[in-house]
Design a protein around this ligand. Sequence first.
Ligand code: PMV
Length: 318
Amino acid sequence: MPAITSSAPGKIILCGEHAVVYGAPAIALPVFQVNTKTVVVAKPAAPEGELRIIAPCINLDSRLDSLDNDHPLKAASELVKQALGINRFQACEIRISTSIPIAAGLGSSASVTVSLSRALSAFHGHPLTDDAVNKIAFEVEKLHHGTPSGIDNTVITYQIPVYFIKDKPIEHLMIRKGFILVIADSGTASLTAKTVAGVRERWLADKERYDALFMEIADLSREIKDVLLKDDLTGNANLLTRNHDLLKNLGVSTPKLDDLVNTALDAGAYGAKLSGGGGGGNIIALVNESQADTVARRLEDRGATQTIITSIPSAWVN
Ligand code: PMV
């Protein structure tokens, strides 16, 4: 049997993170320059049901049945088994590699689950539908994040720009005019579960203040959606910077992230913000084509460990 390969992209959140957990809309975009690849190879000589899973990115080389049940890779595999309606897998070796930095707000956990679910189901002759993969990835995100909104698994499964509201049908966001983002990694890993729990704690202590911040972020996301549908985000990129200020008020930025945002703006970016859970991870900066390299270089000079220049294409359907 030939090897089966499946890959899944990374993602950024353009606006609305954290508030999205409380029902506000958010916008997320797939990022194809980084991805996760899963390769499944049959091991006919191994006992039936034996799976070896190798994931150098998390220093893992183990038999699947040796992993704890709440290990995300074990949980994802079990959910694939249930979705396929089988009792055991065919013996195989699974190799997972990713170029997405871990715990950096670029969707590494959802990307791994999506690519694993697709590869493992295809290997068994029944590739799962996007909806089934998305459900599995959402369940596994709960192990990573506690109370995820579902935005990461959605954008990574369907690989389209999404205007996302928790528990609502997926909305494919049509972008009238494409734009360019510089994504810059602060180099500080940060667990989304921790920043989400921190926001929850502060919200419980002062619901009035935090609900007001969530509402302001929701308004911004709606405004940004309108701009993307009808106009050019470049001329309205201050909306992104305003979102960053609100994220600061939520307590999820850091001096390093603020510094990178300011560096991007000083270097000529139209707008900039942290993206994802915060506490570390990445910022995004909206730039024009001629500025992109300069902004990326200035961010690296200022300590960004990696920069990615990504072009978000227009996708308009009349
Ligand atoms: O996985 P991250 O770090 O991009 O965070 C996802 C966005 C949050 O709003 C912070 C959490 C969520 O589940 O929506």
